[in-house]
Design a protein around this ligand. Structure first.
Ligand SMILES: Cc1ncc(COP(=O)(O)O)c(C=O)c1O
Length: 399
């Protein structure tokens, strides 16, 4: 990168030390990034990486995408602040474009700033729409770390320090129809599911499971909430992953890739659910700000213009076949859809992820034994081949 040479903040070690002094102490990063383009990142020492993490499924258009950059810059020069109690042109255009992309019936959208925040909103809407409070969610599920969302997050390590949590949740085994049927009753407010469990290890829902969840909830007056925060916005080769199963839930939550990296969250819901909230019953200062709306509109436009869903199917298929072909004693199997893939190993993945990083490939784990690949949707076939070649070398050296 020609302009990286002139970047003022060079030297990973100094950057990391500065953050470590003043950050909250929750992480201990060993890499510091200062620039990106497409599916490539550069650290503060000038080393180049292929990014198969995308900020955990966030940089949907990759880094520094010209359409996204232009939309943000243009909107920043025009208007950044316009809360939702006032009207705005770009927010309206974004809402229209988003609803056109959603299954018919999901026509009302509450905008916020993150995944956990829209999941919290979904819990409030569910409470007022059903008058019930019992929740059913899946084992291994992840819904965020604020207290309500944490109630729906299964992993004991995330929950235990904060118990008692505000919601009582019955956790059922994922993809087990009988267990789901047994858990849902006429006092259930919500069945809450991810179409692919991301944090939980890249486990894909059987279409029949999601369809049965829809039937059971409808029969008993409960709501079906599908958390598409990680799976949505084209990641699986459909705009929403639930399209693979053809179900229409009562609520869908989106965040991560929706605005290509600008903070955003969206709760889409039916008219019936939306109408249950009293006027002023929920709100947020920054939600729906024109800057995020402009970024999200640019993402939706680029998904169309570049036919990214077809691209995701093609490159995702290539990555999947390459992962399946790896073989060797370390590989247990491959799971996922589109560009949300998990490679399960027969051992802990942390040292393999470190070795990949040394080879210039960034990935993230999904639990102890799964390497998760969630690259920018724009990653090219040649870049996928390069990732596979480097991964092959790393595994061969260890197996
Ligand atoms: C399925 C799912 N739901 C909710 C969240 C929480 O989103 P956020 O980190 O934006 O609060 C995440 C984040 O990883 C997620 O993967």
């Amino acid at each position: 990168m020609s302009d990286l040479a002139t970047h003022p903040a060079r030297g990973s070690r100094a950057l990391l030390a500065r953050e470590a002094r003043h950050g909250p102490g929750l992480w201990a990063p060993t890499l510091a990034f200062v620039q990106g383009r497409g599916a490539r990142l550069w650290d503060a020492d000038g080393k180049e990486y292929l990014d198969c993490m995308a900020g955990i499924a966030v940089a949907s258009l990759g880094h520094a995408h010209p359409r996204l950059v232009a939309a943000i810059a243009e909107q920043a020069q025009r208007l950044i602040v316009c809360p939702q109690n006032l009207g705005n042109d770009v927010r309206g255009a974004f809402l229209e474009a988003l609803v056109a992309r959603l299954p018919a019936g999901l026509e009302r959208v509450f905008l916020a700033n993150s995944g956990a925040e829209v999941n919290e909103a979904a819990l409030k809407w569910a409470r007022v729409a059903t008058g019930r409070s019992r929740l059913v969610a899946a084992q291994r599920g992840f819904a965020g770390r604020t207290l309500g969302a944490l109630s729906l997050t299964w992993e004991p390590g995330y929950r235990r320090p904060f118990e008692p949590l505000p919601y009582q949740v019955d956790f059922v085994p994922y993809n087990d129809i009988a267990a789901l049927e047994a858990a849902v009753g006429d006092d259930t407010a919500v069945v809450w599911l991810e179409p692919i469990q991301g944090e939980g290890g890249v486990h894909v829902a059987d279409p029949a499971y999601l369809r049965r969840a829809r039937e059971v909830t409808s029969e008993l007056g409960a709501l079906l909430v599908i958390d598409e925060i990680q799976t949505g916005v084209g990641r699986t080769g459909r705009f929403l992953a639930l399209e693979h199963a053809g179900v229409v839930p009562d609520m869908v939550t989106l965040a991560k890739g929706l605005a290509g990296g600008v903070p955003i969250g969206a709760l889409a819901m039916t008219q019936a659910v939306a109408a249950a909230m009293p006027k002023g019953g929920h709100g947020t200062t920054f939600g729906g700000n024109p800057l995020a709306a402009a970024a999200a509109l640019a993402v939706l436009q680029e998904i169309e213009a570049a036919d990214l869903l077809t691209h995701v199917e093609r490159v995702g298929g290539r990555l999947r076949s390459g992962l399946e072909a790896l073989g060797g004693p370390l590989v247990r199997g491959v799971r996922g859809l589109g560009l949300m893939l998990g490679l399960e190993l027969t051992q802990e993945v942390a040292p393999v992820i470190d070795a990949l990083c040394a080879e210039g490939v960034l990935v993230i784990n999904a639990g102890a034994t799964v390497i998760r690949f969630v690259p920018p949707l724009v990653i090219s076939e040649a870049e996928v081949d390069e990732v596979l070649a480097r991964l092959g070398r790393v595994l061969a050296a260890r197996g």
